[in-house]
Design a binder for this molecule. Structure first.
Ligand SMILES: *[C@@H]1O[C@H](CO)[C@@H](O)[C@H](O)[C@H]1NC(C)=O
Ligand SMILES: *[C@@H]1O[C@H](CO)[C@@H](O)[C@H](O)[C@H]1NC(C)=O
Ligand SMILES: *[C@@H]1O[C@H](CO)[C@@H](O)[C@H](O)[C@H]1NC(C)=O
Ligand SMILES: *[C@@H]1O[C@H](CO)[C@@H](O)[C@H](O)[C@H]1NC(C)=O
Ligand SMILES: *[C@@H]1O[C@H](CO)[C@@H](O)[C@H](O)[C@H]1NC(C)=O
Ligand SMILES: *[C@@H]1O[C@H](CO)[C@@H](O)[C@H](O)[C@H]1NC(C)=O
Length: 303
């Protein structure tokens, strides 16, 4: 009986144990499956993750992987890779672009200077954009305009191709430049814009040019048209026949005022990357002129 009992209990034990063990096994298999599942899931997630970052990288690819331009390290903040909204730069997306602004005063040769620059196929100087008052009515519209120009989205007769290597404008000191100088200096510094100051050494000649120009605006000496920039010796001769009267009492004061304006501008913008050019020097010195034509001005020399 005891044997029986023992047997029974053994039996029950032995009967129970094969019942128990599949449960344990099942639990183990279940746990194993769960662990495997979690592991596979995590690998899947990881792969999806890497794939999305890969895709992200692929999307971002045209942004940075441009090869380092062959320039001095200090120059790197001054080269840019704009992505115009209005067209694609295609094969030139990795051509570095330099930003410049010609800061000048009326009748100082900036029109002629700009023509010299624009003679280069890959330089685009967009003219006196801020002569239009609404564009300089406040700093936000100034910044918006500059952003459009430097993003290569400003379409003018001077706009070049997708391979533009330098882009800029000419900007007169009295066109909001001095008024908003703090924000503009900040913009130039953070966006890596190089300033080219273009002044005249002979301010008396400049003053005469200002007077002649404003006289011609009313008199229209050239067959009833007003020419702020003459394009032939013949036209220049006709305009030069006009001899303005200068009020000697105000002359010194007026010349001083111009000088002060120039000094103020140089002081304000001294922390930006800049050069100072004088019209007379460019005119007389053919090597300076040649350098400008060869775009070295914008790229390396002088700065
Ligand atoms: C640049 O100027 C030269 C003459 O000095 C002219 O032959 C050439 O067509 C000009 N190029 C451009 C792109 O304006
Ligand atoms: C203008 O840029 C293109 C593309 O980089 C280049 O092939 C061409 O030589 C450049 N033109 C000049 C005159 O430097
Ligand atoms: C700035 O000027 C523009 C154009 O005149 C105007 O539309 C805009 O509302 C002005 N913005 C501010 C902040 O004054
Ligand atoms: C004015 O027009 C006439 C006739 O078309 C021309 O002969 C003359 O050269 C022009 N003058 C100027 C200054 O352009
Ligand atoms: C010169 O300007 C002063 C100040 O505006 C004026 O008083 C004077 O009459 C002017 N002289 C002439 C010759 O126009
Ligand atoms: C012309 O400019 C260059 C570069 O700035 C200078 O080295 C040279 O002496 C100048 N020549 C004359 C005649 O002024």
């Amino acid at each position: 009986m005891a044997d029986d009992l023992c047997f029974f209990s053994k039996d029950t034990f032995s009967l129970k144990s094969p019942k128990k063990s599949p449960l344990v096994l099942r639990m183990i298999v279940l746990m194993f499956a769960m662990v495997c599942g979690v592991y596979i899931c995590s690998i899947c997630l990881k792969q999806i993750g890497t794939r999305t970052t890969n895709e992200f990288l692929n999307v971002e690819e045209p942004q940075r992987p441009c090869p380092e331009p062959n320039i001095e390290p200090w120059e790197i903040p001054y080269v840019h890779y704009p992505k115009p909204k209005t067209y694609s730069r295609d094969e030139c997306a990795c051509n570095p672009v330099r930003y410049f602004a010609i800061l000048s005063m009326q009748r100082s040769g900036s029109g002629w200077f700009e023509t010299l620059l624009n003679n280069h196929t890959n330089i685009s100087s967009n003219g006196e954009i801020f002569s239009v008052k609404v564009r300089r009515s406040n700093i936000s519209s100034i910044v918006e305009t500059l952003d459009t120009i430097y993003n290569l989205d400003w379409l003018s007769s001077a706009s070049k191709n997708e391979c533009t290597a330098a882009v800029g404008l000419k900007w007169m000191l009295n066109q909001g430049l001095l008024q908003h100088h703090e924000e503009i200096v900040e913009y130039f510094r953070t966006r890596g814009v190089s300033a080219i100051f273009l002044f005249r050494r002979n301010l008396l000649r400049r003053m005469i040019s200002v007077l002649a120009n404003s006289y011609d605006r009313d008199a229209k000496l050239l067959n009833g048209t007003h020419k702020s920039h003459v394009h032939s010796p013949h036209e220049a001769e006709i305009l030069a026949r006009y001899k303005p009267l200068i009020n000697a009492t105000l002359l010194i004061r007026d010349l001083k005022q111009v000088e002060e304006t120039q000094t103020k501008a140089l002081e304000y913008f001294k922390s930006t990357r800049h050069i100072i050019l004088y019209y007379e020097d460019i005119l007389k010195n053919s090597s300076v002129r040649q350098t400008i034509k060869n775009r070295k001005l914008i790229f390396h020399a002088f700065f």
